[in-house]
Design a protein around this ligand. Structure first.
Ligand SMILES: NC(=O)c1ccc[n+]([C@@H]2O[C@H](COP(=O)([O-])OP(=O)(O)OC[C@H]3O[C@@H](n4cnc5c(N)ncnc54)[C@H](OP(=O)(O)O)[C@@H]3O)[C@@H](O)[C@H]2O)c1
Length: 340
C-alpha cells in the first residue's frame, strides 16, 4: 500500500510517496481502508518540524480519516468487517490503510459523503471543545472567529449558528461573500484593517463575549482586548508561526517576542473580569468517552442539517504536497481532503 511520508523538515516537496506492506491489526484493533483523509494546518506545522507533539521525522502525518473496516484483530467483533467508519488518528493518516484501536473507529452516518466524513472530526471537535465546552457559548453571544473561512473557522461558524450567536469573522477579503452566505454577520478584512478596531466599531464599543484565536503572538493580546467584561479568549493555535511554506526564522522570532507570556496574570484576569482558556485536541486523544459524547452531539446536528461540513477541494493522496501548498497560500475555504 502507499503512504505519504515527511522525509525531511521543510517545504511541501519533502512529502514523499512510499510503498510499505499492508499493516495487520493487533488484538483489539481494526484496520481501516481509507477513502478520504482530512488535511489539517497542524500537518503543515509538523512538516516544517515545528510541532512539538510530532514524532521524529521521518513520519507519516495525518489526524483523521474516513473509510471502511477491512480487517479486525483478535477480540474484535467480526461483524464490524465492511463497516463505514470515521476516526481520529494519531499521525499515520496519510495512508491507504491504517490500524487503530477498535473503540476509536466511529460508525459513519450513511448519509455523510465520504469527503465530508474525512474532514469532519478534527475541525468540528476543536470548534466544539473551544466554543461549547471551554467558552460556554450562549444564545446571543457575540463571537470573534479568526480564520473564519478555514476548516476550524467554518466549523465554529456552524456552531455559532446552532446557538444563535452573532459572528465576527476575520478572513481574506475574497472569502467574505462566502462567509456572509454561511451566516457571518460581520466579516473582517484582517489583512488591510485592524481587527481589534473593527470589532469595537462593529459592536458599538461593546466587544465580544468569546474570541477564538488560533493565530498567536500579538493577535492573542488584541483578541483579549476585544473581549467585553466576562469575555473568554480561547487560545487554540499558532497559525502565524508559519506564514510561508518554508520555515521562517523571522516568524519564529516575531512570535517569541509578541507572545503575551506575562500578560494574563491571575490578578489581571480578576480585575478585567476576563478568562483565557486553551484547547489542544491532540492532548485529548485518549479521552475516548468524552470525545464520543461530543461526536454524538455533532452528528445529531449533522443529521438534522444544522451543521454542514464544507469541503473546498480534494487532491489525490499522491498530491499531498499540492494540498499543503494550497493551505499555505491561504486559498482554501473550508476543508481540504486527500483521496487515496
Ligand atoms: N488546538 C487544537 O486542538 C487545534 C485543532 C485543529 C486546528 N487547530 C489550529 O487551528 C488553526 C486552523 O486550522 P485549520 O486546519 O482549520 O486550518 P485553516 O484555518 O483552514 O488554515 C488555513 C487558513 O488560515 C488562514 N490564515 C491566517 N493566517 C495564516 C497564515 N499565516 N498562513 C496561512 N494561512 C493563514 C487563511 O485564511 P484567510 O486567508 O481567510 O486568513 C488560510 O486559508 C491552525 O492554527 C491549527 O493549528 C488547533
Amino acid at each position: 500500500m502507499r503512504q505519504v511520508v515527511i522525509s525531511k523538515a521543510g517545504s511541501p516537496d519533502m512529502l514523499r510517496v512510499v510503498d510499505v506492506p499492508l499493516p495487520e491489526p493487533d488484538p483489539g484493533s481494526v484496520r481501516i481502508k481509507s477513502a478520504a483523509i482530512g488535511v489539517n494546518f497542524a500537518d503543515l506545522v509538523g512538516r516544517l518540524g515545528l510541532y512539538p507533539d510530532s514524532p521524529k521525522i521521518p513520519y507519516v502525518p495525518g489526524y483523521e480519516v474516513a473509510g471502511t473496516i477491512d480487517a479486525v484483530g483478535s477480540g474484535v467483533d467480526a461483524s464490524r468487517l465492511g463497516e463505514p467508519v470515521i476516526a481520529l488518528t494519531r499521525f499515520n493518516g496519510y495512508s491507504e490503510a491504517l490500524c487503530i484501536p477498535a473503540d476509536q473507529a466511529i460508525p459513519r452516518p450513511a448519509k455523510m459523503p465520504v469527503e465530508q466524513a474525512g474532514g469532519f472530526l478534527v475541525s468540528y471537535l476543536t470548534a466544539y471543545a473551544s466554543l461549547v465546552v471551554m467558552a460556554g457559548i450562549k444564545p446571543h453571544d457575540r463571537v470573534l472567529i479568526h480564520a473564519a473561512a478555514g476548516g476550524v473557522g467554518l466549523a465554529a461558524v456552524d456552531l455559532c449558528r446552532v446557538y444563535g450567536a452573532t459572528i465576527y469573522g476575520t478572513a481574506s477579503p475574497a472569502k467574505h461573500d462566502f462567509l456572509r452566505a454561511r451566516g457571518v454577520q460581520f466579516p473582517i478584512d484582517y489583512r488591510h484593517q485592524d481587527f481589534e478596531k473593527e470589532v469595537a466599531r462593529l459592536s458599538d464599543g461593546r466587544g465580544v463575549q468569546i474570541a477564538l484565536d488560533p493565530i498567536g503572538g500579538r493577535s492573542w493580546t488584541k483578541s483579549y482586548r476585544a473581549l467585553s467584561p466576562t469575555g473568554r479568549l480561547v487560545i487554540n493555535g499558532v497559525t502565524s508561526l508559519t506564514p510561508r511554506a518554508r520555515r521562517s526564522l523571522r516568524a519564529l522570532l516575531r512570535m517569541a517576542l509578541t507572545t503575551p507570556w506575562l500578560r494574563f496574570t491571575p490578578v489581571r484576569l480578576a480585575n478585567d473580569n476576563k478568562g483565557v482558556v486553551g484547547v489542544n485536541l491532540g492532548h485529548l486523544w485518549d479521552e475516548t468517552a468524552l470525545l464520543r459524547e461530543w461526536v454524538t452531539q455533532l452528528l445529531a446536528w449533522y443529521d438534522t442539517g444544522r451543521i454542514d461540513i464544507h469541503v473546498d477541494r480534494t487532491f489525490p493522496l499522491a498530491e499531498a504536497a499540492a494540498a499543503h501548498r494550497y493551505l499555505h497560500e491561504r486559498r482554501n475555504t473550508g476543508k481540504v481532503v486527500l483521496i487515496p
